[in-house]
Design a protein around this ligand. Structure first.
Ligand code: PLP
Length: 395
């Protein structure tokens, strides 16, 4: 039975490989952190994790998780509405809403599920969803699952958004949806302008704060803090898998009635397991930590500024960024690949991105800064960038 299909799969796999797009997984044998050990025993500095606040292996979060493991058990073996809701899940939802200044929050197994389950219950074929072209794959998939009329605007392009808002006046309700930070460039969505357009054309707004939460804004509360829009956005989605500890879990937070309806109708919430108690408990502790002190957020902002200034001084071409993502532009795919490989030889783990992940001719190395990086580690990274850049004649 399988023979003919196997031939078919083998062909696709070899096409992926010969296009240079085969993703090989690097095996890490240490906890996630600023310095990691890979399977050949080598220690490298990690500049490609979403571990923005350096919490992925934090002793307080591990202690909270261990305590919950003892007191609340390992797994829930249930969805939320049958017997999968513990006090911890409710407390974490409250913490999330408090952090974002919203009415309520609903947990999912991942932000992929939060985005997958948000559109279909809220919009029908009478409505419109107007989506930034660079939005995350999970938003694109979520939109596919709903019957609303779809509009797509050029990345952060307000003329194009306005044009689509005018077209969408035909529909009953309009929802503008955007990532808070776009992961390839590190740019933030222009929320002040989006908000004004939403007012003018009677639209609701949804922001995915996955790369911005914990990072953007003075206290890290995301783009709603940066643009002074706290409490004014109808829907915010986000992940516990990046700055917020890095384990697993996602959420939607926003207006009460929206969250209430999602609890009744959102399919990934209704038909998928509750997050484990230890993840909920560590999440609660995490919010307590970052609410009681701004040290990690401050450190991240300082580190990012420091790294950017050193790299710019060295002559690198870096995309304008307002997040902890720094795109070092190389434009050529081969050079980006070679660059990343040589950086690893220098003990620095960074990833080269090229077409089709970024537009043709826009190849780059993406560096992600963490509060866990020391100045010494940042210096080592910059030094390696300069050494490899000179040998490849990039600078
Ligand atoms: C990472 C990411 C997600 C997915 O989050 P998970 O919790 O890992 O599923 C969704 N949206 C955006 C914008 C992201 O960057």
């Amino acid at each position: 039975m399988f023979d003919r299909y196997k031939t078919h799969l083998d062909q696709i796999l070899s096409e992926i490989d010969s296009a240079g797009l085969y993703k090989h997984e690097r095996i890490i044998v240490s906890p996630q952190g600023a310095a990691i050990r890979v399977s050949d025993g080598k220690e490298v500095l990690n500049f490609c994790a979403n571990n923005y606040l350096g919490l992925s292996n934090h002793p307080e979060l591990k202690a909270a998780a261990a305590e919950a493991l003892e007191l609340h058990g390992y797994g829930m073996s249930s969805v939320r509405f049958i017997c999968g809701t513990q006090d911890l899940h409710k407390q974490l939802e409250k913490k999330i809403a408090g952090y974002f200044g919203t009415d309520d929050a609903i947990l999912y197994a991942a932000c992929f599920d939060a985005n997958g389950g948000v559109f279909e219950p809220l919009l029908t074929d009478e409505d419109a969803v107007i989506s930034d072209e660079l939005n995350h794959a999970s938003i694109i998939d979520g939109i596919r699952l709903c019957k609303a009329k779809r509009y797509r605007y050029a990345n952060a392009n307000m003329e194009d958004l306005e044009r689509h808002l005018i077209l969408a006046q035909e529909q009953r309700f309009r929802l503008i949806v955007t990532d808070g930070v776009f992961s390839m460039d590190g740019n933030v969505a222009p929320m002040d302008k989006i908000y004004k357009l939403a007012q003018k054309y009677d639209a609701l707004i949804m922001i995915d704060e996955s790369h911005s939460a914990g990072v953007v804004g003075e206290s890290g509360r995301g783009v709603t803090e940066l643009f002074d829009l706290r409490g004014k956005i109808e829907i915010i989605t986000g992940t516990l898998g990046k700055a917020f500890g890095g384990a697993i879990g996602g959420f939607t937070t926003g207006k009460q009635e929206i969250i209430d309806l999602l609890r009744q109708r959102s399919r990934p919430y209704l038909f998928s397991n509750s997050i484990p108690p230890m993840v909920a408990a560590a999440g609660i502790r995490m919010f307590q930590m970052i609410e009681s002190s701004n040290d990690l957020q401050d450190k991240l902002h300082l580190n990012t500024k420091y790294f950017l200034s050193k790299m710019k001084a060295a002559g690198f071409d870096i995309k304008p960024t307002e997040s902890a993502i720094c795109a070092v532009m190389l434009y050529d795919a081969k050079i980006a690949q070679e660059y990343a490989a040589r950086m690893l030889d220098e003990g620095i783990y960074v990833i080269g991105f090229f077409y089709p992940v970024v537009p043709q001719g826009q190849a780059r190395i993406r560096v992600q800064i963490s509060a866990a990086h020391t100045t010494e580690q940042l210096d080592k990274c910059v030094k390696a960038f300069i050494k490899v850049g000179k040998s490849l004649k990039v600078i």
